[in-house]
Design a protein around this ligand. Sequence first.
Ligand SMILES: Nc1ncnc2c1ncn2[C@@H]1O[C@H](COP(=O)(O)OP(=O)(O)OP(=O)(O)O)[C@@H](O)[C@H]1O
Ligand SMILES: [Mg+2]
Length: 283
Amino acid sequence: MTTLNRAQQLKHSVQEFTRRDEVFSFLKPERHPLIDTRHNVLLYVEGVNKSFDGFKAINDLNLYIKEGELRCIIGPNGAGKTTMMDIITGKTKPDTGQVWLGSNINLLGMNESEIANAGVGRKFQKPTVIECLSVWQNLELAMSGVRSVWGTYTAKLSGEQKDKLESVLELIHLKNHAALHAGNLSHGQKQWLEIGMLLMQNPKLLLVDEPVAGMTHQEMDRTSELLNSLAGKHSVVVVEHDMDFVRSIASHVTVLHQGHVLAEGTMDQVQAHPEVKQVYLGE
Ligand SMILES: Nc1ncnc2c1ncn2[C@@H]1O[C@H](COP(=O)(O)OP(=O)(O)OP(=O)(O)O)[C@@H](O)[C@H]1O
Ligand SMILES: [Mg+2]
């Protein structure tokens, strides 16, 4: 690759990154406001409704996510799973209802970057890592913020920041690939890197939409391991269609249908639920 091409590519990547910054908003974890979880609930979604041109995509939706919980959301295409994430992250405003982080932070009164700053991280389906930067630099960028993007080759990290970066590298199974350009990673590895980038901001709540689409079985197993290891420290909400994967990660599953919760419980419980069998599992 010529120098010019590389410079152009970096410029393009930075522009891309800046756009993402609206969602990710790279601020340090200590800037997160204090979230009141005395009731052990991190996320409250209550009586939420959202229509698009008269079509009710979300219909009286109630969802409560506990601190440190790993929850799976399943449901047929068009059930409203992504719309629900759009509402939690401020991308879409509901017509009615309440969305609170802890019992003190009203997410409906905040825009996307304020919600991200409050400690809500979201991973989209398509990984959007910066391909011409190394794995390490991508993580560094996620920690230091877009303003220092041009300094990522020279900036000195504090010991604490370096420790954090190394622990995330280990968690996402990319320790041996730290110097590799992100563009050379496999699809699965890119997904893990993006999860790692979110972790650099220490989110309280992590929303992950269809993480294993396109992954190999081995990558799926590692993703399941990774998400399980995040539970406890973070609350994680995973939307996924792959039932084996859902079974491997979640103790608690919510089934969404026509924008409403149809069933909730263990995988065995929801799979045995007559209505779930009918509308989702095709029985
Ligand atoms: N911005 C929008 N404008 C109009 N309709 C929309 C919009 N966003 C979502 N919808 C509609 O709302 C419904 C729910 O869509 P959503 O993407 O939330 O479903 P989903 O459960 O994520 O489905 P999938 O499993 O296919 O990803 C669909 O009928 C969709 O067409
Ligand atoms: Mg979706």
